[in-house]
Design a protein around this ligand. Structure first.
Ligand SMILES: Nc1ncnc2c1ncn2[C@@H]1O[C@H](COP(=O)(O)OP(=O)(O)OP(=O)(O)O)[C@@H](O)[C@H]1O
Length: 630
């Protein structure tokens, strides 16, 4: 029932405390994001990566702080329902002119669901649906930069306009040759517009602030002409510390999707109105869910809120059933999916076979490690959920039996809300993008037969990309641990991405060794491992027998990635990482780089080949071909 009067001063105070808690959070989040520019300008790459990692923690710290305050100051856990009803309404009122209302509403949910009983988890008390619209929201002060700006170029002076755009960001570093870079960008834009008649609305729109990640800054915008809109992004890099250049011009939805991929670290972007950024980005990538755009901007809780809303919406509009995920079952993870929904749900099992010497806590710590680490386009991001309720009738019985057998501690089947509907409640799970498991992808190629050219190409692609993925992970200081094919998946863009994190280690924590020479015939003939193996020892020469049973796979692998079987490859990377080098792994095909021929010869020590080539993934460069940039 809607209250006839908002008459509780206590409710007002609680709402105000939550708004204050959120404002403090967003101020800190934004300040850290804004500092990215200075770290970029001073080439402080370790600082940039540290900030990317540490910023992820901010949200939970502020939520817990706010919960403590509400409990201490207002005994929030003991308040009557009527008061909580008013809290939401006061809170809504306080957001009327707020610039991040959707984030504040999620913060409200995070705080209140820690205090309230489940029976309050509906739209009267929390924001199951958004309360405040974010449409047409913009800064009002003339001195503040709007979310995006428009520039009106003429064909003949396109390069001058590009220069105006680049200079408008006020970077405190000089460019190696800005005139050259702007000419290159202008030429690339004109090429995109070739054969298109210019219309009166011809313009360039750019988002107000740059996107920072690792060693790059990205200028993001779109060309508009008539009804045609062409998204673009310009990666700005350091040639030498403090000397900038524009490395490429990326165009079109596909390029942008790769840049904003779920398998990369989150961007640092200084945003007054994040919903405006999301709306603009959505116009560049209409197929990318808003949840993933918020994630890419580092606003992971908002991403999670929207994901969950999308999920409930999908459930409401589908009828298929959750089932055990196709592929080889995991030893530590129980994985299920809903065929009509492009994600998988992963539970940590209650017990594991003896070869998996691990614990639930250890596995969770590995998943957390991946969340905080630069995923370099090679590790899927995961969303972590607790107490997720699914309708029982949407589960196949076989899946229920599987959960009962392997993860009973995580399962409750009941009508917890008392609404007459039986639910499957999973106490803890991870959700990640569904991919085609690499073993299935390879098997399809085997099944199609040797003489099928597209199957041969598929196999070649899978094996080369698999090695590229491992090399990118190595560059980012990640040893996947379990490198079997089944632990990698193939994305829509044909990229190979790792998803099995329970045995992941830092490269710098491993001891890469050569297999010792047998000292006698008995050792030589032994089918067992006769030498002593320490807990962190890894023997790259022994990978072959597990991975390369198929002779055709072996040939391709040895041709492209034979170095992975040599301990020296791993040791060299270890030395490089320990020496403080930060590799570039940029999200575009090296062939897209401007002046690649000159750059390759003159600057091979500064630039990196990339991993992500949708047009021709097989030949995509990998870190193995790259040079450290510092
Ligand atoms: N993102 C995904 N997309 C598609 N299938 C997936 C995904 N994640 C997992 N799977 C499927 O579930 C299986 C088990 O997942 P995962 O490898 O994470 O479990 P695990 O228990 O850690 O495995 P292992 O036994 O190798 O340690 C995979 O082999 C694959 O078939």
């Amino acid at each position: 029932m809607f209250p006839t009067q908002l008459d509780s001063p206590l409710a007002w105070e609680i709402a105000k405390a939550i708004v204050d808690g959120f404002n403090r959070h967003y101020h800190l989040f934004r300040t850290e994001s804004a500092r990215a520019q200075h770290r970029f300008e001073t080439a402080d790459w370790h600082g940039q990566q540290r900030a990317q990692r540490e910023r992820i923690e901010f949200y939970d710290l502020r939520v817990n702080e706010c919960v403590r305050r509400l409990e201490k100051q207002y005994q929030a856990g003991d308040l009557a329902m009527g008061i909580w009803h008013q809290v939401k309404l006061h809170f809504l009122g306080m957001l009327v002119n707020h610039r991040q209302p959707e984030l504040a509403e999620s913060f409200f949910n995070s705080v209140t669901t820690k205090i309230l009983h489940r029976s309050y988890f509906h739209n009267d008390f929390i924001f199951v649906r958004p309360g405040i619209s974010t449409e047409y929201m913009e800064v009002e002060d003339e001195n503040e930069r709007p979310t995006y700006r428009a520039f009106y170029p003429k064909l003949a002076t396109m390069a001058d306009t590009v220069r105006e755009v680049v200079e408008s960001f006020g970077l405190h570093c000089g460019f190696e040759d800005l005139a050259r870079d702007c000419r290159r960008v202008a030429d690339a834009m004109l090429w995109q517009l070739a054969n298109i008649k210019l219309r009166p609305n011809f313009q360039i729109q750019v988002l107000a602030t740059l996107f920072y990640r690792n060693k790059g800054a990205y200028l993001v915008g779109k060309l508009i002409n008539g009804f045609v809109e062409i998204p673009f992004a310009l990666p700005i890099l350091h040639r030498t510390p403090g000397v900038l250049y524009i490395d490429a011009a990326l165009f079109g939805e596909e390029d942008l999707l790769i840049l904003f991929s779920f398998s990369r670290a989150y961007f640092l972007v200084d945003m007054e109105i994040p919903s405006g950024y999301v709306q603009f980005l959505r116009s560049l990538m209409p197929r990318k869910p808003r949840a993933e755009l918020y994630n890419a901007l580092g606003l992971a809780k908002q991403g999670k809120t929207l994901f969950y809303r999308d999920f409930l919406w999908h459930l409401r509009h589908s009828t298929d059933k959750f089932r055990i995920a196709p592929g080889i079952k995991g030893m530590v993870m129980l994985v299920f999916d809903l065929p009509s929904f492009p994600f998988v749900f992963k539970l940590i099992k209650d017990y594991y076979p003896p070869q998996k010497d691990t614990t639930r806590e250890l596995i969770r710590s590995k998943y957390l490690l991946v969340k905080h680490h630069d995923r370099v386009g090679r590790m899927a991001d995961t969303l972590e959920f607790s107490e997720v309720a699914f309708p029982r009738e949407r589960f196949e019985d076989e899946l229920i039996a599987e959960i009962q057998k392997f993860a009973p501690s995580l399962l409750e089947i009941s009508d917890r809300d008392g609404d007459g509907r039986t639910e499957v409640i999973i106490k803890h799970l991870y959700i990640e993008r569904r991919m085609v498991p690499l073993n299935i992808y390879l098997q399809e190629a085997f099944d199609a037969g040797d003489d099928n050219p597209s199957a041969a190409a598929q196999m070649q692609h899978a094996v080369v990309e698999y090695g590229n993925a491992i090399k990118d992970l190595v560059a980012a200081n990640i040893f996947p641990g379990d490198m079997l094919w089944k632990n990698f998946g193939v994305t829509r863009h044909g990229k190979v991405v790792f998803y099995d994190y329970d045995e992941i280690e830092y490269i710098t924590d491993c001891n890469f060794r050569k297999v010792p020479k047998p000292r006698n015939e008995e050792e030589e003939m032994s089918g067992e491992v006769w030498y002593k193996v320490g807990p962190t020892d890894v023997f790259p020469e022994t990978f072959g027998p597990f991975l390369l049973g198929n002779p055709r796979v072996r040939d391709i692998f040895m041709q492209h990635h034979g170095d992975l079987l040599d301990p020296k490859f791993w040791q060299d990377h270890q030395t490089r990482i320990k020496g403080g080098e930060v590799m570039d792994v940029f999200p575009y095909d090296p062939a897209r780089r401007f002046g690649m021929a000159q750059a390759a010869s003159a600057h091979s020590a500064e630039v990196d080949a990339d991993d992500d080539a949708p047009s021709d993934p097989v030949d995509a460069g990998s870190v193995s071909e790259t040079e450290p940039s510092e």
